[in-house]
Design a protein around this ligand. Structure first.
Ligand SMILES: Cc1cc2nc3c(=O)[nH]c(=O)nc-3n(C[C@H](O)[C@H](O)[C@H](O)COP(=O)(O)OP(=O)(O)OC[C@H]3O[C@@H](n4cnc5c(N)ncnc54)[C@H](O)[C@@H]3O)c2cc1C
Length: 401
């Protein structure tokens, strides 16, 4: 078993690390970098993206022939983690959610170059942003899209007509390209289908941008209403009834790329706390000299390493062509907890300063709370794991399987 990474990947990791430290992290402390939703301003993103592209660090997950770095999924893990040392890093390298998950699924399922040129390339080039439209308000579907989705896509000749309501759609207020899940039949396994639509298509609207506790993604999380949106049959992804399959193709890697970024963010929390306890004195000693403080740092450090290993194992399995369902679920549950714990421990160790906006810890703490909900609540992933354990017994922990 070889845990080393190639010299080329290590060299790229170091270049990303330097770019983030030299070019991106200085922006975090400048108030004029932020928009009203506590994220980096879009005009600043545009100019920083040019720098990332010029530095050869653009879209690590996309094929070289489409302008990315063509890394395998284990390579994404290494690079995303470095990028997410800064809260602005992933969007500047074009490996942020939800675009990266949308790019991955479109790259896999679009049938030909013409469709990829139209729907995928502008996202890779950073010319447009995208959204994944699945979750619905009550009584529609949240954790159980297959069973409960109410948004309907009715076939009328060579078109589908969409009616329904969605919410918590990340990025919708700035997105141009949308991937939509809707019900095409009552079949419990093949009742959903996936479609593409464009922001300018008539028959839908953004009802509101939902206020929430976190610093917001660009375009926020939005509630959408569909009232007769017409989608031509060529804009259906795969076959009718393949919606859940598309969801799995998208969410496996997309959940894992969250883990990659969250690991980078958890490391940053610890880095901030470590710097503080190494210079701050209380009762005649530096805080770092107290064993209880070192225990807190050591506790988070080892939890981060467990998360890295779970993430890398799942990435490796995805690379082998496995769906890696249970490995992705385990990584997602664990890393979501670790991110929260790292931010919380960071605040505790930095005392009042940690609670203030003088460090990024409070930003990351508020952001971290959504990690246990997005792309499947932790309880749902545990349910999935119990299902696998029920089928596999002790083979759950098998080496190859
Ligand atoms: C910041 C943010 C961004 C998001 N972005 C998107 C997006 O871009 N596109 C999109 O489609 N959706 C998005 N979502 C929605 C997200 O995917 C859902 O919140 C998630 O799937 C859970 O669905 P729900 O919120 O409807 O929870 P519900 O299904 O209402 O469940 C509520 C709670 O019940 C518990 N629960 C549910 N099922 C089980 C079970 N089987 N066993 C035990 N307990 C259970 C869990 O604790 C869960 O948190 C986003 C959400 C947030 C917070």
């Amino acid at each position: 078993m070889d845990f080393s990474i190639s010299p080329e990947l290590e060299a790229l990791r170091v270049r990303v690390r330097e770019f983030i430290a030299d070019e991106v992290m200085p922006l975090e402390t400048r108030p004029d970098s932020y928009n009203e939703y506590e994220n980096i301003k879009l005009d600043l993103v545009a100019s920083m993206r040019e720098k990332a592209r010029a530095a050869g660090l653009w879209a690590p997950q996309m094929p070289v022939e489409r302008g990315g770095l063509g890394l395998p999924i284990t390579g994404w893990a290494v690079i995303y983690e470095e990028a997410a040392r800064s809260i602005f890093g992933p969007v500047i390298l074009n490996c942020n959610a939800p675009d990266d998950g949308n790019m991955s699924v479109l790259n896999k399922v679009l049938p030909d170059d013409a469709m990829k040129d139209k729907w995928l390339q502008p996202i890779i080039d950073g010319k447009v942003r995208s959204s994944f439209v699945m979750t619905e308000p009550h009584p529609g579907s949240g954790s159980d899209p297959g069973g409960m989705m109410l948004t309907k896509a009715e076939r009328k000749n060579d078109r589908y007509v969409i009616n329904g309501r969605k919410w918590f759609i990340s990025g919708a207020a700035v997105a141009t390209h949308f991937i939509l899940m809707a019900r095409t039949s009552d079949d419990p396994r093949h009742g959903l289908s996936a479609f593409l639509f464009h922001r300018d298509d008539p028959g839908w609207r953004i009802v509101r941008r939902i206020e929430n506790m976190g610093p917001d993604e660009h375009g926020g999380v939005c509630e959408l209403e569909f009232d007769g949106l017409e989608i031509p049959i060529e804009h259906r992804l795969l076959e009718e009834g393949d919606g859940l399959r598309i969801t799995q193709i998208r969410l496996g890697p997309a959940r894992l790329t969250h883990c990659m970024r969250w690991t980078g963010m958890a490391k940053r929390c610890l880095e901030i706390a470590n710097a503080y306890v190494n210079e701050r004195y209380a009762f005649g000693q530096k805080l770092i000299e107290r064993e209880s403080v070192r225990m807190m740092l050591g506790d988070v450090a080892h939890q981060i390493q467990i998360g890295k290993l779970l993430t890398m194992h799942a990435a490796w399995k995805l690379e082998q062509g496995d769906k890696a369902q249970k490995e992705v679920s385990m990584a997602k549950i664990h890393v979501a907890e670790v991110l929260h714990k790292a931010a919380d421990t960071g605040i505790q160790l930095c005392g009042a300063k940690g609670y203030s906006t003088d460090t990024l810890l409070e930003w990351m703490y508020r952001y971290a709370r959504c990690a246990r909900l997005v792309d499947g609540a932790s309880e749902v992933h545990k349910m999935v794991l119990a299902r696998h354990y029920g089928k596999l017994g002790n083979d759950f922990w098998g080496w190859g399987g």
